[in-house]
Design a binder for this molecule. Structure first.
Ligand code: GLA
Length: 349
């Protein structure tokens, strides 16, 4: 496993980049800054090596563009918490209101923006485990939490991501990975012609502002949110359906049917490269975010990134489940072990 320097954070602390590879030549790079996936390289149908996730060449760029969460591990509560507050055991905890009046991705100084420690590297399993401690009331969440994330590059060209977290007080936990995929290559531009299938018959509509789920589980049938059969991401993205206009395109949670087992959540395909992504999770939901708010700027190797140049499939508990009694609770009892998994596998079939 190759270890390289990846630059420094604002405190001058060094971030590192680790490279994992398998016998097929598939390569995964992860950095300790935000426990983030930096690149995922796969041989396409034309035998060209394609890096299919958006990212940057150094830690400094990740810090500068932190609001995009490229490839990052997000927690302690991914997605939104309404009113930037939650109540546990009758006690109200205030969080940072960093998205209108709401909390998004746990705030501007969450674990996505910090340098993690490497706990172990397992050459045999082709995996690396990173860990970080998040203190009691850090960002407002109760309990000192020990968080671990393991990235495994499998022989069949998947990155498997396993999360583990334990807190010493009752708290909430909801970790995800925020990779932006572009199956034409990270520099491939608008993802609109790539086809997507999501294993969900319903999605969670949001309020007109603030993107907070209303509690309704709305059938996707007959709406632009119907991805039950492969459909081009761009086909209806500019439709006037109100849920799409609220969020400038797809930025919604879909209701999965896995019953807590690691099962397919989505697939995506790109005709020009032949790359087929199979995504799995054991979480109840997945946020499809079609990169609606990416401003034009420089990415890896001088690539130009812009609006809708990547799509995210963020496996998660439902947004704002902490405040919404209609949703499965993300509560984590003191001493209990939270686990979650997601797999993103690439193939040419
Ligand atoms: C999530 C949100 C989006 C956006 C991105 C980060 O996917 O749902 O609205 O905030 O994170 O840029």
């Amino acid at each position: 496993m190759l270890k390289q320097s990846f630059g420094t954070d604002t405190h001058g602390r060094e971030a590192h980049l680790y490279t994992l590879a398998n016998a097929n030549g598939t390569q995964l790079k992860v950095t300790t800054l935000g426990a983030a996936v930096v690149s995922f390289v796969f041989r396409d149908k034309n035998k060209i090596m394609r890096d299919i996730v958006l990212g940057y060449d150094k830690a400094e760029s990740y810090i500068e563009q932190g609001g995009y969460y490229f490839g990052a591990t997000v927690g302690r509560y991914a997605n939104r918490i309404s009113g930037a507050k939650l109540t546990i055991g009758g006690v109200e905890y205030a969080l940072e209101a960093n998205s209108e009046t709401n909390n998004l991705h746990s705030g501007s100084n969450g674990v996505s923006h910090k340098i993690w420690d490497v706990e172990c590297m397992n050459e045999e399993q082709n995996s690396i485990t990173m860990k970080i401690e998040s203190g009691d009331l850090e960002q407002g969440f109760p309990g000192t939490m020990q968080i671990k994330v393991t990235f495994t590059l499998t022989d069949d060209d998947a990155v498997r991501i396993d999360y583990e977290a334990v807190s010493d007080k009752d708290t909430v936990a909801n970790f995800t990975n925020h990779s932006y995929f572009n199956l034409a290559g990270h520099d491939g531009g608008f993802v609109g012609s790539q086809k997507l299938k999501i294993y969900a018959d319903a999605f969670t509509p949001v309020t007109p502002t603030g993107s907070i789920p209303t509690g309704e589980l709305r059938p996707v049938a007959g709406t632009p949110f119907d991805f039950t059969q492969f459909k081009e991401i761009g086909k209806e993205i500019n439709d006037t359906y109100d849920q799409l206009t609220y969020t400038k395109g797809y930025d919604h949670n879909f209701v999965l049917k896995n019953g807590g087992r690691l099962e397919l959540m989505a697939e995506a395909v790109c005709e020009s490269t032949g790359i087929h992504l199979y995504a799995y999770t054991d979480r109840p939901g997945v946020q499809l975010y079609a990169g609606n708010f990416i401003a034009e700027h420089a990415g890896k190797g001088g690539a130009r990134y812009g609006e809708r140049h990547g799509f995210c499939l963020e496996a998660q508990c439902f947004p704002d489940a902490v405040n919404n009694p209609a949703f499965e609770t993300p509560l984590l009892k003191a001493g209990e072990v939270y686990t979650a998994a997601a797999v993103y596998r690439l193939a040419l079939d």
